[in-house]
Design a protein around this ligand. Structure first.
Ligand code: ADP
Length: 503
């Protein structure tokens, strides 16, 4: 990486990538070294080279951050100011994000291998949108007056839950950050957020912008570090009042156990998926092929709602299989800064190795590898789009969340069979239906146990749309006004009416 005189690092021919400015923990409004002085490397998955060293939070640092967040909550201005006051600061933060879109998009691309064009057009603008949506809600949070059958004036207050711990994964570093932090701040909570160890860069930049916007010290603390150390310190902390977690189902179980074994804090969990898409005989095959490929290859398959199981009705199965394989072979894998590229590298070496071992497992179990299955290039964590057919339901590749560009393709005859196959998974995050028939769409959408159903579309999210899982995909909802309730608690207040027997 060559430092240029204008302060930019030219690392490829497509974009000038800024030098990383923030590498320390953000606690109580300051960037600080960790108590232990420890650091960890964050790696560019395009090149396998170390981008920079990041301060590593351990239990001591989490304790300091919790003290700051506790003080900011128990006696600071944030929970006490008006909703409109909080909104004003959040709106300023959104503006600052928009002024730095390119730099932030580049950080998520070098850290996570995400498509630069997508980060610039979707992820970073969505951060500002999330802040604005919840800023709009901040001054509309209120309780109810209860209709009592006694001589009481009874009402409820909606109060912020307190100090909140947020633990987020590495596939959407920006959207996960603001999907958690925005409703929590609007509710009046204070926050300790641990970004994933693979992708800490943009979170620290957001902390810097939060300070510039006027978020008071201690209200937002960002503590990069490892799950088993910093993450576990958050989930087991006696002074954290609630935890919202997004990540794997295995880790979700540990989060819940840690909460249960400490102060019984409420947790909300958005976990893994093995989402089905059911493509019926009446579908336009070319469109269905595009949808199914986008469904599994978007963000290199590192998407909890990915359409990793594709079920196609027998009347169009052969045509679909031929076309989806042809199209997958034309998919452009390469440098995510290149605007022509459709798929960048997997985020980390660990994820790269895990996907390759699932592919090997699929082949060894006897599934047919129709295309892909191989790495691309000789540097970076690139894996070609991979499609398996002849997959039996009990094969590991049909059951486990692979979290990579690996499609599992199967045939079905009738609607009941499709529904049964779609539901035969321990997960229940999302599902897709491709049909022009309203009866099929309505029947199937009501029969699949999943938190979101996409009819003739994929990834059709909206901030106003609550999102979360059924079954082992977790519980609790992010986004929408529903998410605010994770960060609020209801207090009932009773007062006797004059002359009532309660006096
Ligand atoms: P993956 O295995 O794909 O990295 P995880 O669910 O383990 O997915 O990671 C999601 C987030 O959870 C990351 O920020 C990670 O550091 C954190 N994490 C991992 N293990 C724990 C744990 N035991 N307690 C709390 N957080 C954890």
């Amino acid at each position: 990486m060559a430092n240029l005189s204008n302060g930019l690092c030219h690392i490829n021919s497509f974009v000038n990538i800024p030098t990383v400015k923030f590498t320390k923990l953000f606690i109580n409004g300051e960037f600080v070294d960790s108590v232990s002085g420890k650091t960890f490397e964050t790696v560019d998955p395009r090149t396998e080279e170390v981008i920079t060293e990041i301060a590593e939070a351990t239990k001591e640092d989490v304790d300091i951050a919790v003290k700051a967040a506790r003080k900011a909550f128990d006696s600071g201005s944030w929970p006490r100011m008006t909703g409109a006051g909080r909104a004003k600061i959040m709106l300023k933060w959104a503006e600052l994000i928009e002024q730095n879109i390119e730099e932030l998009a580049a950080l998520d691309t070098i850290d996570g291998g995400k498509l630069y064009s997508w980060c610039k057009a979707v992820d970073i603008p969505e951060a500002a949108n999330l802040l604005r949506y919840y800023a709009g809600a901040a001054d509309k949070i209120h309780g109810d007056v209860c209709k009592t059958s006694r001589d009481l004036h009874l009402y409820t207050l909606m109060e912020p839950v307190g100090v909140v711990g947020h633990i987020i994964p590495w596939n959407f570093p920006t959207i996960m950050f603001f999907g958690k932090v925005s409703p929590a701040l609007a509710a009046g909570c204070t926050v300790i957020l641990k970004p994933a160890e693979q992708t800490p860069l943009s979170a620290l930049f957001y902390a810097h912008l939060a300070k510039q916007a006027g978020i008071p010290d201690g209200v937002l603390n960002v503590v990069p570090g490892f799950g088993s150390i910093a993450g576990a310190a958050i989930t087991s902390h006696m002074d954290i009042d609630a935890v919202s977690f997004t990540g794997s189902s295995e880790t979700g179980r540990q989060v819940m156990m840690a909460a249960a074994m400490s102060n019984l804090k409420p947790v909300s969990l958005e976990l893994g998926g093995k989402s089905p898409v059911l493509i019926f005989d009446d579908a336009d095959v070319d469109k269905a092929v595009e949808l199914a490929l986008f469904g599994i290859l978007h963000n290199k398959g590192e998407v909890c709602v990915a359409f990793s199981r594709v079920f196609v009705q027998e009347g169009i199965y052969d045509e679909f299989e031929k076309k989806v394989v042809e199209k997958a072979k034309t998919w452009v894998v390469g440098d995510p800064f290149d605007p022509k590229v459709q798929q960048g590298p997997q985020t980390s070496k660990a994820q790269f190795d895990k996907i390759l071992s699932y592919i090997e497992h699929g082949v060894n179990e006897g599934a047919t590898l129709l295309t892909g299955g191989k790495t691309v290039g000789n540097k970076g964590y690139y894996i070609g789009p991979t499609i398996f057919s002849n997959v039996k339901e009990d094969m590991v590749i049909a059951k486990d969340e692979i979290f990579g560009p690996v499609m599992v393709l199967s045939k079905f005859k009738i609607i009941e069979e499709a529904i049964e196959k779609a539901n035969s998974t321990r997960y229940g995050l999302a599902a897709g239906i491709v049909t022009k028939n309203l009866d099929i769409a309505n029947t199937v959408s009501r029969s699949i146990r999943a938190g979101i159903i996409w009819i003739n579309c994929f990834f059709a999210f909206d901030i106003d749309c609550p999102f979360g899982g059924y079954k082992m995909s977790g519980f609790g909802r992010d986004y929408g006004l529903e998410a605010l309730h994770k960060y609020l608690q209801v207090k009932s207040v009773a007062t006797p009416i004059y002359n009532s027997p309660w006096l």
